[in-house]
Design a binder for this molecule. Structure first.
Ligand code: NAD
Length: 501
């Protein structure tokens, strides 16, 4: 039974926008193919108004809020998010398609950043040096930037905004979020929790939109920093445009993550890990494993073990307790599916074809079941492209060195993992691999909130990774104060450069 799509709109200054949109965009349930929402898309003028009101709110309240006032809001927000985790997860599953348990996992990882941000009084402590010169003290402070913008992708509709928003707010900024237009409802629900937690109106605003809204944020003089997560071409564009307009920008891009399995590894554990990291969230994770480098002679055994596990996976509607849900849109499903023909035509062996078999769902959902290719070579598009779907490619390599070279030659450098029981090999790998996040027998090495998340090479443009101390530094500006309290001994004229005595 089809229902009337719900209107989804902006949250500005603490309330839902009441205007009439010039443009809208449909939102679908990927498990059924049904249109469930109609999203208002912001114009450039509306973004300008939001930034102006966010700046006014920052100047009149949050800029001067004490650390105690800020942490009280953060602790309340943390409690509310923890209580409402299941509600947020339901919204994610309804628009993204990932299974509910995975959606709860996403919110939980976002919650960790809110918990990290609760420690902001400690994180913002500056340095103090007494008597650096006679009766002169020096100390450092970090201050908020003003209005900052967060532009997020579809694949983690709650977690990715939570990588940035709690830290930005804890640091005393006002935030404008521009979520993905594919699954916008989770951000609205989380924003409502900030209001309930006591955050002053206007300090967190959600504007929905597409390129027009993004460009308006990238060029607005009162937006001081941009945190972007999405595909590499857009990340590069956002970095170049934002920095050309004088902003600090951290732009996290796409990925092609490799898992290197050495012959001494426990192959059952490696097969479990490859299946979990290759097909969790239908492969729509920036930390998904998509290239499995099997160091011979183990490839036949490993492929057999993975194939066996894949036969037991249930794909279907994420609300029904399945292992894997649909892809996010029909277009994306078609694009991912096109790689199955491309890989076969290029000469790879299609071991498990995700087009075969049934799914546990009603309607016209955007499904492609887990797919496995063997004998993949580096000239094939299935190896080179970020497919962002449930397609795992096995590349057979002769040695650790050959595998390492493939990883280091890859233009992306987000995540990687080595599977081995050899501590020396693992230690060499962590030192030699040119990737930002490294797992040792851990297939999806997403750092805890008190470390920073981010890749190397085409997986990140800018100097700062997300959350942890890099996040705190990104959302603040440093100042160093040199102070001397007047005393008669300080008199006299001296035009030379100050020296310490
Ligand atoms: P995307 O690049 O299509 O969209 C990301 C954001 O950019 C969205 O808010 C979108 O509205 C906006 N956008 C899209 N086209 C634009 C344009 N031409 N100009 C300005 N803004 C534009 O990415 P996606 O499909 O939503 O997300 C998937 C991608 O994100 C994958 O490549 C994945 O690897 C990447 N990702 C990376 C990380 C990371 O940490 N490195 C994390 C999550 C996702």
């Amino acid at each position: 039974m089809s229902t009337t799509p719900t209107r989804i709109t902006h949250l500005i200054g603490g309330t839902s926008w009441q205007g009439s949109p010039a443009r809208t965009s449909p939102v679908f349930n990927p498990a059924t193919g049904e249109q469930t929402g109609v999203l208002d898309l912001a114009s450039c003028e509306l973004v300008g108004e939001v930034v102006r009101s966010a700046k006014a709110a920052w100047e009149s309240s949050w800029q001067r809020a004490s650390l105690t006032q800020r942490t009280q809001v953060l602790f309340r927000f943390r409690e509310l998010l923890n209580e409402r985790k299941a509600e947020i997860a339901e919204l994610i599953t309804a628009e993204h398609g990932k299974v509910v348990s995975d959606a709860i996992g996403e919110v939980t990882r976002g919650l960790e950043v809110a918990e990290f941000a609760c420690g902001i009084p400690h994180l913002l402590k500056g340095g103090f040096s007494e008597n650096v010169s006679t009766k002169v003290d020096v100390y450092s402070i970090r201050q908020s930037l003003g209005v900052v913008a967060v532009i997020s992708p579809f694949n983690f509709p709650a977690m990715v905004p939570l990588w940035f928003v709690p830290v930005a707010i804890a640091c005393g900024n006002a935030v404008v979020i521009k979520p993905s237009e594919k699954d916008p409802s989770a951000v609205n629900a989380v924003a409502a929790l900030w209001k309930e937690a006591g955050l002053p109106d206007g300090i967190l605003n959600v504007v929905h939109g597409d390129k027009e809204a993004v460009d308006a944020l990238l060029t607005h003089p009162d937006v001081k920093a941009i945190s972007f997560v999405g595909s590499t071409p857009i990340a590069k564009y956002v970095y170049e445009t934002g920095t050309a307009h004088g902003k600090r920008v951290q732009a996290l891009g796409g990925a092609k993550n490799h898992m290197l399995v050495l012959p001494d590894a426990d192959l059952d554990l490696a097969a479990d890990a490859a299946v979990n990291a290759g097909f969790g969230s239908a492969g729509e994770r920036c930390m998904a494993i998509s290239a499995l480098l099997a160091v011979e002679p183990i490839a036949d055994d490993l492929v057999a073990k993975i194939t066996d596990r894949m036969g037991k996976l249930v794909t279907g509607d994420g609300t029904r307790g399945c292992d894997m849900g649909p892809l996010v849109t029909a277009q994306h499903r078609d694009k991912v599916t096109s790689y199955l023909d491309a890989g076969t035509q290029a000469g790879a062996t299609l071991v498990v074809d995700g087009r075969d078999g049934d799914v546990d769902a009603d309607g016209e959902g955007y499904f492609l079941k887990p797919t496995l290719f063997d004998h993949v070579t580096t000239d094939m598009s299935i190896y080179q492209d970020e497919i962002f779907g449930p397609v795992l490619s096995v590349v057979r390599v002769a040695s650790y060195d050959e595998g390492l070279k493939l990883i280091n030659d890859n233009p992306y450098g987000n995540g990687t993992a080595i599977f081995t029981n050899d501590g020396g090999a693992a230690r060499r790998f962590q030192n030699e691999v040119e990737v930002g996040m490294v797992g040792v027998n851990v297939p999806i090495p997403v750092p805890m909130a008190y470390y920073s998340f981010g890749g190397w090479k085409n997986s990140l443009f800018g100097d700062s990774h997300a959350h942890g101390m890099e996040g705190v530094n990104f959302f603040t500006r440093g100042k160093v104060v040199t102070s001397r309290w007047l005393d008669p001994s300080h008199g006299g004229i001296e035009l030379g450069f100050p020296q310490n005595t």
